[in-house]
Design a protein around this ligand. Structure first.
Ligand code: GLY
Length: 322
C-alpha cells in the first residue's frame, strides 16, 4: 500500500534496496487523511480479493502515518488478519505512527474512531527517505521527536535547542536521534501494547494538540499534526508548571523555541471556547474528565491528569506570555 507521494519519491529507492519488491502489486491510497475512511478500506479489501491476495500474503505499507493507519487497518481486517510491515517515509511515521500497531480509520470527520490494535511484523526505518520530505513535514516530525525527548530525557531542552536552532543537524545525528526515539517508543509499546497504562504517556501534547488541529482545520487553515502537537506541548508544559510544580525554566525555554520556529499563536477568548469544544470530545476522556499527560520534570511524565475547563482556557491564553 502506498500513496502518490511515496510512489513517486520512495519506490525507486526501496526497490533498489529490496529487489524482491519488483514483483510486488501496488495498491494506491489517497494522499493524507482522505485515505483513512471505511469506504477506502472497503475498496482495498475488494482489490485485494480481486488480485488473489491470500492469508499468506504480506502487505508492505510504504508512506507516512496515514498509509500505515489505513494499510494496517486493511491488513487487520482482511481474512481476519494478514501479516503486514510498515516502511515509514516521514519523520512522524518513523518515530511514532509506524510503531505500535495502532490502526484506524476516521468516522464522519472524527479522527481514528474505528480501528484495531494489530502489531506489524516489522517496522523498517530508512532515514534516506527523509531527503525528499517537504520542510513542513520535517518540522512536524521534529515536534514528535521533541515529545519523545521531553518524555525520556532529563536534558531534553538542551538536545532540542541544538537540533532545532543550530545550522541544522547532520544526517548521521538525525538518524541517531530517530533510533533513540524508535527504541523508546518500542519499549513503551512492549510494556503496554494496548494502551492501558504507561503507553498513554505518548499522548503528551496531544490532548491540546488534537483539539488545536481540529480547530484550525475547521477555520480552513491547514496545520500539520506535529505543529499542532508542538503548540499542545506548550499548553501542557504550562499546566505541568501550574499543577505539578514543574520548574518554569523548561516551559520558558520550550516556548521561546516554539516561538522562534513557528510563532506562538495568540488565541482569543472565542478561540478558547472552540478549542475546548473539541477537547470535550477527545476519545481519551473518561467520565467527562479531560485527561492529559503532564510532566513532573523533563524525563518524568505523569499520565491521566484531569484538567478542568478553566485550566484549558488559562493555558491557551497564557502560553503567548512566555
Ligand atoms: N501515538 C501514540 C501511540 O502510539 O500510542
Amino acid at each position: 500500500m502506498l500513496d502518490a507521494n511515496s510512489y513517486e519519491n520512495c519506490i525507486p529507492l526501496l526497490i533498489s534496496k529490496v529487489k524482491a519488491l519488483e514483483e510486488a502489486m501496488f495498491f494506491e491510497v489517497p494522499v493524507g487523511e482522505e485515505a483513512k475512511s471505511i469506504e477506502v478500506a472497503s475498496q482495498l479489501w475488494q482489490a485485494l480479493l480481486d488480485s488473489g491476495v491470500d492469508r499468506n500474503s504480506l502487505i508492505v505499507n510504504l508512506g507516512g502515518g496515514c498509509v500505515s493507519d489505513i494499510g494496517g487497518f486493511v491488513a487487520a481486517g482482511y481474512k481476519r488478519g494478514i501479516r503486514y510491515i510498515n516502511v515509514p517515509t516521514t519523520l512522524v511515521g518513523m518515530v511514532d505512527a509506524a510503531i505500535g500497531g495502532k490502526t484506524a480509520v476516521n468516522l464522519n470527520g472524527s479522527k481514528n474512531q474505528v480501528g484495531f490494535f494489530q502489531m506489524p511484523d516489522a517496522v523498517c526505518v530508512c532515514t534516506d527517505f527523509l531527503d525528499t520530505l517537504p520542510d513542513e513535514e520535517m518540522m512536524s516530525g521534529l515536534f514528535e521527536m521533541a515529545k519523545t525527548m521531553i518524555l525520556s530525557d532529563a536534558d531534553a531542552l538542551t538536545t532540542m535547542e541544538s537540533v532545532f536552532v543550530s545550522d541544522g543537524i547532520s544526517h548521521e545525528e538525525l538518524t541517531s536521534l530517530v533510533v533513540r526515539c524508535v527504541k523508546f517508543k518500542q519499549d513503551v509499546v512492549d510494556a503496554d501494547p494496548r494502551d492501558k497504562s504507561i503507553r498513554r504517556m505518548l499522548n503528551f501534547g496531544h490532548t491540546f494538540g488534537h483539539a488545536i488541529e481540529s480547530f484550525e482545520n475547521e477555520k480552513g487553515h491547514s496545520v500539520s499534526h506535529g505543529i499542532a502537537v508542538g503548540v499542545g506541548m506548550a499548553c501542557e508544559l504550562y499546566l505541568s508548571h501550574k499543577k505539578l510544580g514543574m520548574s518554569e525554566v523548561p516551559l520558558k525555554r520550550y516556548c521561546s523555541l516554539l516561538d522562534s520556529l513557528v510563532g506562538m499563536p495568540k488565541y482569543t477568548l472565542r478561540d478558547t471556547e472552540s478549542i475546548l469544544r473539541f477537547m470535550k470530545h477527545d476519545k481519551k476522556n473518561r467520565n467527562d474528565l479531560i485527561l492529559c499527560t503532564l510532566i513532573q520534570e523533563e524525563g518524568v511524565p505523569v499520565i491521566d491528569v484531569a484538567i478542568d475547563e478553566n485550566e484549558v482556557r488559562d493555558a491557551l491564553l497564557q502560553i503567548a506570555k512566555f
